[in-house]
Design a protein around this ligand. Structure first.
Ligand SMILES: *Cc1c(COP(=O)(O)O)cnc(C)c1O
Length: 386
C-alpha cells in the first residue's frame, strides 16, 4: 500500500491552508509544509531542522505534546466528511456532553515510524480504522470511513513529522479518539460527535535490553463480561481497571492478568495487552470472542508465528495450564511483544524462560524487522506515507 507522496503533501498543504495564520503555522511551515516539502528531495535524515528539540536517546512513555492535532465533527445520523489540522491544545466541551456524563467514547492506539532511508511508515492502520468502526457501532456512534480515518492519521503524522524520533530511537504514538461531544441530559446517544487524533513521541519499550513483565493474576476484579464491552476500545473500560492495576503495582508487579468473569478460571488479558502461552512448538492465546480486545499486534503475531512454523491455537486457556507453560508473553502496540518473567496466582509465583533464545524474542525481531523494512513485507502490512 504505497501512497503517492505528492497527493499526500498536497492534501496536507490544503489542510494547513484552511487554518487561520498563526505563529504555530509558521512554525509548521518552517518544518516542511511549504513548497520545499513538495519537492522530490526529502533527504531529511541528518538534517537538524527535521527534528524537534528533544533528548531522543531518553524517550520514555510520558506525553510530549506535539504541534498539531486533527479534528472533525459530525452530527448524529450523518457521516464524517473532512476535518482539519489544528494547533495541539485544549478542546472545549459542554459539561452536558455525552462523553463526560455517560462515557460515550472510544479510542485507538497506533505508531508511525521513521526508517533508516527516511521513509515514514504506519503499520496496518486500516485495521485500526476498522476496529474503531466496530467499537463505534457498539457505542451508538457514527464513525469515520477507513478513508477518512487514514487521512486523519496521515495528516497528523506528517504535520508532526519533526516529532517522529530518529530511526531506532522510538516512534510517534498516535491516539485517534471518537467522542460523543454533543450535549444530552437523559441517558442517550450524543447529538454530535468529534473525531480527534493527537500524537506524542515515545521511546522503545526494549531500548535497554529486555525487561520481563511480572504479572499478578487478579481474582477479585473482572475486566469484562460476556455481552459487555471488553472487545472494544471504549474509554469506559479503563477507569475501572485502574484500581486493580495500581494495587498490583503497589505490590511490585508490572501488570494485572485478568481471568474470565464467568468461571474465574480462564486467562483473558492484561490491562492493555493480549497474552500468549508457549509450550513446545505450540503457541496459544485466548479467543477474541467479546471479552478481550482483538489486538492488531495479536493478530499479526498469530500470522507471523504460523509462518515461522509454530502451531498456533486460539482457544480457552486455564490459569493452571498457563502456570505449566514454557514461556508467556504479552502483545500490544506500545510494548509490541513483551516477555513475561513470572506469573503470581494465589500466592504461588511461577517463572518462565525469557531472553535471547526465547520464542517471544524471535517473534519480536520478525515483527520489528517487517516494520523497519529489514524483512520483506509480503503481506502489505506497512503503509508508506512519506
Ligand atoms: C489496545 C489494547 C490491546 C492491544 O491492541 P493492539 O492493537 O495490539 O495495540 C489489548 N488489550 C487491551 C485491553 C487494549 O486496550
Amino acid at each position: 500500500m504505497v501512497i503517492m507522496r505528492s497527493t499526500w503533501l498536497s492534501n496536507l498543504k490544503k489542510s494547513l491552508r484552511l487554518r487561520p495564520p498563526s505563529k504555530r503555522m509558521q512554525y509548521g511551515a518552517q518544518y516542511g509544509f511549504t513548497s520545499q516539502a513538495a519537492s522530490p528531495a526529502y533527504s531529511h535524515v541528518g538534517n537538524e531542522e527535521e527534528y524537534a528539540d528533544m533528548d531522543w536517546d531518553n524517550l520514555g512513555f510520558s506525553l510530549t505534546p506535539t504541534d498539531f492535532m486533527y479534528a472533525m465533527k459530525c452530527t448524529q445520523g450523518n457521516n464524517f466528511t473532512e476535518g482539519k489540522l489544528h494547533p495541539f491544545g485544549t478542546i472545549e466541551l459542554s459539561p452536558c456532553s455525552a462523553v463526560l456524563n455517560y462515557g460515550q467514547g472510544i479510542f485507538e492506539g497506533m505508531k508511525a515510524m521513521r526508517r533508516e532511508d527516511g521513509r515514514i511508515v504506519l503499520f496496518r492502520p486500516d485495521e485500526n480504522a476498522l476496529r474503531l468502526q466496530v467499537g463505534a457501532e457498539r457505542m451508538c456512534m457514527p464513525s469515520p470511513s477507513v478513508h477518512h480515518f487514514l487521512n486523519a492519521v496521515k495528516l497528523t503524522t506528517l504535520a508532526n513529522k519533526r516529532w517522529i524520533p530518529p530511526p531506532g530511537k522510538g516512534t510517534l504514538y498516535m491516539r485517534p479518539m471518537l467522542l460523543g461531544t454533543g450535549s444530552i441530559l437523559g441517558v442517550g446517544p450524543a447529538p454530535e460527535y468529534t473525531f480527534l487524533t493527537y500524537a506524542s513521541p515515545v521511546g522503545n519499550y526494549f531500548q535497554e535490553g529486555t525487561t520481563a513483565l511480572n504479572l499478578y493474576v487478579e481474582a477479585e476484579y473482572d475486566r469484562a463480561s460476556p455481552g459487555g464491552t471488553g472487545g472494544i476500545k471504549t474509554i469506559s473500560n479503563y477507569g475501572p481497571a485502574l484500581k486493580p492495576l495500581i494495587r498490583a503495582k503497589s505490590r511490585g508487579f508490572s501488570d494485572v492478568l485478568y481471568l474470565d468473569s464467568v468461571h474465574g478460571k480462564y486467562i483473558e488479558e492484561v490491562s492493555a495487552g493480549n497474552v500468549f502461552l508457549v509450550k513446545g512448538n505450540t503457541i496459544s492465546t485466548p479467543p477474541a470472542t467479546g471479552t478481550i480486545l482483538p489486538g492488531i499486534t495479536r493478530k499479526s503475531i498469530i500470522e507471523i508465528a504460523s509462518d515461522l512454523g509454530y502451531q498456533v491455537e486460539e482457544r480457552p486457556i486455564t490459569i493452571n495450564e498457563l502456570l505449566r507453560g514454557d514461556e508467556v508473553f504479552g502483545t500490544g502496540t506500545a510494548v509490541v511483544v513483551a516477555p513475561v518473567g513470572s506469573v503470581t496466582y494465589k500466592g504461588e509465583r511461577v517463572e518462565y524462560q525469557t531472553g535471547d533464545n526465547s520464542v517471544s524474542k524471535r517473534l519480536l525481531s520478525t515483527y520489528m524487522g517487517i516494520q523497519n523494512g529489514l524483512i520483506e513485507d509480503k503481506k502489505g502490512w506497512v503503509m508508506e506515507i512519506y
